[in-house]
Design a protein. Sequence first.
Length: 91
Amino acid sequence: MDDGFKWRKYGKKSVKNSPNPRNYYKCSSGGCDVKKRVERDREDSAFVITTYDGVHNHESPCMVYYNNQIPLAVPNAWTFQDSSPHSSSSS
């Protein structure tokens, strides 16, 4: 499953009382120590359980910024985060 970050798999273990293994990943961004574990639910293997350990010290490499002064033709399926500071105004 894609969470917006890039991961490097470093291990795989059998899980007691489960037919599905647990996979271990490290964030592939240099200097970031976040790890995650991914495994299927024991009772319903249609569900995936993802557990994170740590907080990323960088933005997601999949984050897209745009300058709201430049008009873009963007498909409806995309959402963008404005890189300029948010300002509120009363109307």
